[in-house]
Design a protein around this ligand. Structure first.
Ligand SMILES: [Zn+2]
Length: 233
C-alpha cells in the first residue's frame, strides 16, 4: 500500500521488529487496529511521544554504528513526500561534513527536520526554523547535536585564548561560542571537549526556555566522530 508521509519511520524500528509492533510500543498507538489505513497510520505516528521519537533516533544510531543501516534509499519516498512532510524530530546539528544527521541516525528524507550551522548553536534564524518544526510540523522531539573535535568550538577556544579575531563572519561564530569557551577554560579535563558539551547544554537550556520549542521535548547529544555513536548529555 502507499505509505503516508511518516511511514518510512517503520524502517527505523529495531531490526527484526516490524512496524506494527514498534508502533504498539507507544501508548498513543495502542488503538491501532489490524485494519489500520494509511491515513490512520500517519495520524498515529503524528502522535508519537517524544520518548518514542528519541528511541527511534537512538535505535537508528545504533544501526549506523553497527554498520547495519535499514532505511530505504533516499529516492524511494520522493514522490510521496512531495505531498507534505511530518518529521517526528528536529535536530540542531553542526555543519561539519562528518556529521550528516539523517545518516548517523539511519533515517530517511521526511523523518527529521534539520538545522545545521557550524557550532550547532541557536541563533534567531535557527530558532525560527525549529519553532516551525514544533509548531507547524508537530515534531515531538528537538535534539541539539554536538560532536567531538568540533572546529567551530575550537575556533571559540582559540579566540578566547588569543583574543585574535577570525576574518569575516567566521568571527561571528567564534563570538557566539565564546561564552561556553570562557566558562570551561579552567575546568578539569580537556578544554575543547568540555566546551563542546557545555555548548550543547547551553543550547538545550535556551531551547527549553523558548515558548514554542519548549513545548516539545528538548535533549542534547554528542556525536563521536570515531565510533559514530551519539551519547546523550
Ligand atoms: Zn562542528
Amino acid at each position: 500500500m502507499r505509505k503516508g508521509p511518516r511511514a518510512g519511520r517503520a524502517n527505523q524500528a529495531p531490526m527484526k521488529t516490524n512496524r506494527r509492533s514498534f508502533l504498539l510500543s507507544s501508548a498513543a498507538a495502542v488503538a491501532i487496529t489490524a485494519a489500520e489505513s494509511t491515513a490512520q497510520a500517519a495520524n498515529e505516528q503524528a502522535r508519537m511521544s517524544a520518548s518514542d521519537s528519541l528511541k527511534a533516533l537512538l535505535r537508528g544510531n545504533a544501526r549506523f554504528v553497527a554498520g547495519t543501516p535499514a532505511c530505504l534509499p533516499a529516492t524511494v519516498r520522493r514522490a510521496e513526500l512531495a505531498n507534505g512532510q511530518a518529521p517526528f524530530a528536529a535536530v540542531l546539528g553542526c555543519s561539519d561534513s562528518r556529521v550528516p544527521v539523517e545518516t548517523v541516525f539511519d533515517h530517511e528524507p521526511g523523518d527529521i527536520f534539520v538545522v545545521r550551522v557550524a557550532g550547532n548553536f541557536a541563533d534567531p534564524v535557527g530558532i525560527g526554523s525549529l519553532q516551525y518544526s514544533v509548531a507547524v510540523l508537530k515534531s515531538s522531539l528537538v535534539m541539539v547535536l554536538g560532536h567531538t573535535a568540533c572546529g567551530a568550538v575550537k575556533a571559540a577556544t582559540d579566540f578566547v585564548k588569543t583574543g585574535k579575531p577570525f576574518p569575516g563572519q567566521i568571527q561571528t561564530l567564534a563570538a557566539a561560542l565564546a561564552p561556553v569557551a570562557k566558562s570551561t577554560r579552567h575546568a578539569s579535563g580537556d578544554w575543547l571537549h568540555n566546551a563542546i558539551v557545555a555548548n550543547v547544554k547551553a543550547n538545550v537550556a535556551k531551547l527549553k526556555a523558548d515558548p514554542i520549542i519548549g513545548k516539545a521535548e528538548v535533549v542534547g547529544g554528542i556525536y563521536d566522530l570515531a565510533s559514530g555513536k551519539v551519547s546523550l548529555v
